[in-house]
Write a protein that binds this ligand. Sequence first.
Ligand SMILES: O=c1ccn([C@H]2C[C@H](O)[C@@H](COP(=O)(O)OP(=O)(O)OP(=O)(O)O)O2)c(=O)[nH]1
Ligand SMILES: [Mg+2]
Length: 155
Amino acid sequence: MSSTARPPVDVLIRRLDPGMPMPAYALPGDAGADLCTAVDAELEPGERAVVPTGISIALPDGYAAFVHPRSGLAARCGVALVNAPGTVDAGYRGEIKVIVVNLDPRERVSFRRGDRIAQLVIQQVEKARFHEVAELPGSARAEGGFGSTGGHAAV
Ligand SMILES: O=c1ccn([C@H]2C[C@H](O)[C@@H](COP(=O)(O)OP(=O)(O)OP(=O)(O)O)O2)c(=O)[nH]1
Ligand SMILES: [Mg+2]
């Protein structure tokens, strides 16, 4: 059977901290490449932190990278990303950082340098041209939002 998969896009990685691993896909079909923390970190319940990964990247034009949470950390420890998904612009050359929060009401969470803390999803993104108009074209949904199709109270 021939593969319909597109060839992978080339992303340049600079290791600001040579001891840190490259971002890596854990399994061949994975969408997210794991990012590791470059520092030990401890979060009390409700505490958040900006965690360095020790890497910076250069994406081709027309791409962005999105910093997504890891589901295992969320399910086991209540670790979320405050800004999920974080957006890494194609032009950003600074260190990728992960804004983690411990949502567990009771347990402290500890990370050791090198632990996988988030995952990076690389995607093509559209660039829009914005056109101001007096009226927008009609649609079935019109201005209905926030539960307007039923199931819970409309706002
Ligand atoms: O989880 C994230 C999100 C963003 N960034 C970096 C890459 C991104 O290109 C830059 C700016 O992010 P964003 O545009 O989301 O933040 P902002 O508050 O709008 O800052 P700016 O005014 O610099 O655009 O910060 C990260 O390292 N991790
Ligand atoms: Mg911005």
